[in-house]
Design a protein around this ligand. Structure first.
Ligand SMILES: [Fe+2]
Length: 194
């Protein structure tokens, strides 16, 4: 089987976005497309498959001109962690190599005048292995923390409904029910595939 190209993916995702406006419909439409990407042995060039020393690496693989979506590879060295965060856009997380642990949280608001104004309740902890696909979308399925607590390198491939490297979103402090604004920029200046 020849490998699924980003030209094909671009057409297929735009078709899904024409057909669906609900998050869940988009995710179900994009899921088999991500599955095809994950089966490509050559998807991520060898030079990008090494972890950074101090944090997980975030490499933009592809985005279309209209930035209707973006495809990103994350390289997780042993012990590397993404703090609890939201996305404010639909997204899918596919396991390409190794394993990660994902903790999912549900936000429970206590009202404008309460201190803290909200709390995050842990609702699930999932260990994902190669080929597994998880998803996020606001407001109820949007907050998670991701970690690679294992001895092996892990690589995840994500598709989001915008350029996630520009998206203004939040890192949450579970202990205090507070957050700070964040933009997580890509570690490569231009996409690996154009
Ligand atoms: Fe995430």
């Amino acid at each position: 089987m020849s490998d699924y190209t980003f030209d094909q993916l671009d057409r297929d995702i735009h078709r899904v976005l024409e057909q669906h406006t609900e998050h869940r419909g988009i995710i179900e439409g994009v899921r088999p497309l991500l599955q095809r990407l994950l089966s490509n042995e050559h998807l991520i060039p060898e030079t990008y498959r090494a972890p950074l020393a101090d944090k997980y690496a975030q490499y933009l693989l592809y985005k279309p001109e209209d930035e209707a979506f973006s495809v990103i590879a994350f390289i997780w060295g042993p012990g590397q962690v993404a703090p609890v965060h939201d996305h404010l856009v639909w997204g899918l997380v596919g396991l390409y190599r190794g394993s990660i642990v994902e903790k999912r949280y549900r936000r429970e608001d206590h009202g404008e005048t309460s201190q803290p104004r909200y709390s995050l309740r842990e609702v699930a902890e999932v260990t994902a292995h190669a080929g597994d696909i998880s998803f996020v979308y606001p407001p109820d399925y949007d907050i998670h923390g991701v970690a690679n607590p294992f001895d092996e390198l892990a690589i995840t491939v994500h598709i989001y409904g915008t350029d996630i490297g520009k998206q203004e979103r939040h890192i949450h402090d579970v202990a205090t029910g507070s957050y700070r604004d964040v933009v997580t920029r890509h570690d490569n200046a231009s996409p690996i595939y154009t």
